[in-house]
Design a protein around this ligand. Sequence first.
Ligand code: NAD
Ligand code: UDP
Length: 340
Amino acid sequence: MMARSNRGTAVVAGGAGFVGSHLCDYLIAEGYRVVCVDSLLTSTLDNLNRVLRDARFSFIEHDVIKPLPQGLAADLVFNLACAASPPLYQLDPVHTMMTNVVGTNNLLSFAAEQGARFLQASTSEIYGNPLVHPQPESYAGNVNPTGPRACYDEGKRAAETLCFDYIRQGVADVRVARIFNTYGPRLRASDGRVVSNMISQALAGEPLTIYGDGSQTRSFCYVDDLIDGFMKLIRHELPLPHAVNLGNPVELKIADIASVIRRMTASGSEIVFCPLPVDDPCRRRPDIRLAREILGWQPKVELEEGLQRTIDWFAAAMHPSVDEHYSIGKHRPAVRFGSV
Ligand code: NAD
Ligand code: UDP
């Protein structure tokens, strides 16, 4: 049996992933009981080392496309289950789409039954290749529905549709966070995202890969700031009938992030230019006025401080066993931990 907690129980779907594992750490530190539900599609249990043996923590290996296991209870439900790296979510696009649609519906109906508050990890990909800059929540986006990114972008859009239909039907208290590019420790070295690629390349003395000419922009938020935003959003007492952007408004060209990482790692790596992936958005910067006004939230961690923490983590983690462990679906536990 899990230990009792007067903070209540949080179910974290996708809790073994990069962001989810930081959320699990935070919730346990704050006194919640946590049930992490994850298929380990793009993660390993190593991310949960800090909490795995805590009596208030429980792990269930489960794909959210399937009905949730019987006997689960929750006061809070966080839905982070979905591969977030473009090369990874494109490996099995139908599964990505189904995770977002069927999986989100399974979790929403569970939250509705439980009377639990629900937080959806949505994304700036809702805005596609945006024609409005920076992007406010009111912008409906410019998404290619048939391209290789659509399984993720349209999947997340459909998931938001479900969230707001549950709200309109008055059956669940749902909060939707539109997350912009987030980085930090526990990004996987071979994950394929820009910060993890470039830090691991720089530390290994390999060429840093810039896709396209590097003039496309992103805005990078440190993971602790995002978790702070999640908690402010889910603890907000009034219903929120709209999504809220959570991201750092400091916008950088990809060529510039490569230079910063090269300088901070004192790397002699050369920079190589590779083809730009199809439908790669040109610009991305959050308008966070809503989060500031409603939640009193804004990012606190400066880019170089966050990058230094991330570089330090990669430097410590980059030994041969890291890549041995990294393979989708490879590092599966033999046992199911905890009880529900
Ligand atoms: P991640 O790939 O590290 O974590 C995702 C987790 O979900 C993994 O543990 C994976 O095994 C699990 N998962 C995937 N499909 C599943 C399924 N069908 N059933 C159960 N578990 C499943 O990614 P992340 O960066 O931690 O992202 C977490 C969430 O935040 C995702 O929903 C992502 O779309 C969203 N998000 C992240 C970012 C970012 O920059 N990190 C930006 C926007 C949105
Ligand atoms: N990118 C890059 N080199 C890499 C990985 C990514 O130049 O090694 C680019 C990618 O084309 C995109 C940006 O960096 O323009 C952010 O990519 P990421 O996959 O991290 O996030 P997303 O495209 O989902 O915002």
